[in-house]
Design a protein around this ligand. Structure first.
Ligand code: PAF
Length: 307
């Protein structure tokens, strides 16, 4: 596995392979890799001839109140995981290379960013949209993979890629969970044993909401109440939001129809956790279709190259 640090070498490597019609898969990360990342890297390895994983803790997606310097950076472990999973390149650009003096362009996806994570972390999605677009420009992938755990981020990136004709197929893969349901996240390592014990209440709340929808409830207020009551079993948890939304626009639904996404964010002490569940009900009428983006650029909906 090659470790590439400069943007120029990264692009030269990719351009060389593109010239030989090699398919390049890309998993962008901020490091502190866990089994959620591992499943993305494996899925990319299966689908592409060449595989790049980037590790860059992007400062512009942290707000001033979030501690960028505390973000875990276990680089030896991360490289070993990438190597184990067959990555060809670990791309590790420096902040100075990503944001040289004079840098000033930012991208906004205003409607998809305005609620939920975007409301709690006002500059977050501009930072994500900008860095992902820059990384695509440097890595020049055919296919890029993201986790469903960051549902709003994945929706926004699909929109961005379509709106700006970036020519990268986007594949969103299911959330990987611990045995007790907690969604894997680089932040989980900061939970104390007591906090870790109550953290799965977030996924339990989403599952309780899903259960209600599956058993025929379409009353959003009742579903949200049940989700809140599940989390409130632990007084140490603060709820930021638990919402039933349209899976495409991320706007709150007033009545559940054929598809909904349940979005949640909680705080346990200083740690913020997010999670979501997508609920699709076969046979129910679609009330709000919103927009739906298909995988593009010669890849099918499962991210495999079309013949
Ligand atoms: O999901 C992440 O790890 C980050 O937001 C991403 C997509 C790598 C951009 O910094």
């Amino acid at each position: 596995m090659k470790i590439i640090r400069t943007t120029r070498s990264m692009t030269a490597w990719s351009e060389g392979l593109r010239g030989e019609s090699v398919t390049i898969g890309f998993v962008p990360t901020m490091g502190a890799l866990h089994d959620g990342h591992r499943s993305l890297i494996r899925a990319a390895r299966l689908r592409c001839d060449a595989l790049v994983v980037s590790i860059f803790v992007n400062p512009t997606q942290f707000s001033p109140t979030e501690d960028l310097s505390r973000y875990p950076r276990p680089i030896a472990h991360d490289r070993a995981l990438c190597r184990e999973e067959g990555a060809d390149v670990c791309f590790e650009p420096t902040a100075a290379a990503m944001y040289p003096e004079g840098f000033q362009t930012t991208l906004a996806v205003p409607l998809l960013a305005r609620r939920w994570e975007g409301a709690a972390r006002p500059h977050h999605f501009a930072g994500v949209a900008t860095v992902v677009t820059k990384l695509f420009g440097m890595v020049r992938p055919h296919l890029a993979l993201f986790g469903q755990k960051d549902y709003q981020q994945a929706s926004l990136i699909r929109r961005l890629v379509s709106d700006l004709n970036l020519g990268v197929a986007i594949l969103v893969r299911p959330t990987v969970r611990e045995k007790d349901g907690l969604a894997m996240s680089s932040r989980n390592v900061f939970l104390s044993p007591d906090e870790r014990r109550i953290a799965p209440l977030l996924s339990a709340a989403l599952r309780a909401g899903e259960q209600m929808i599956r058993s025929g409830t379409d009353d959003v207020a009742a579903i949200e109440r049940t989700m809140r009551q599940t989390v409130e079993q632990a007084p140490a948890i603060q709820i930021e939001y638990l919402a039933v939304c349209d899976p495409d626009s991320l706007e709150p639904l007033s009545v559940v129809a054929a598809r909904a996404v349940l979005l949640g964010a909680i705080r346990i002490g200083p740690i913020r956790l997010i999670d979501n569940l997508l609920v699709k009900m076969p046979g129910r009428k679609v009330l709000n279709q919103g927009f739906r983006l298909k995988a593009e650029g010669g890849f099918d909906d499962l991210g495999f190259k079309q013949k």
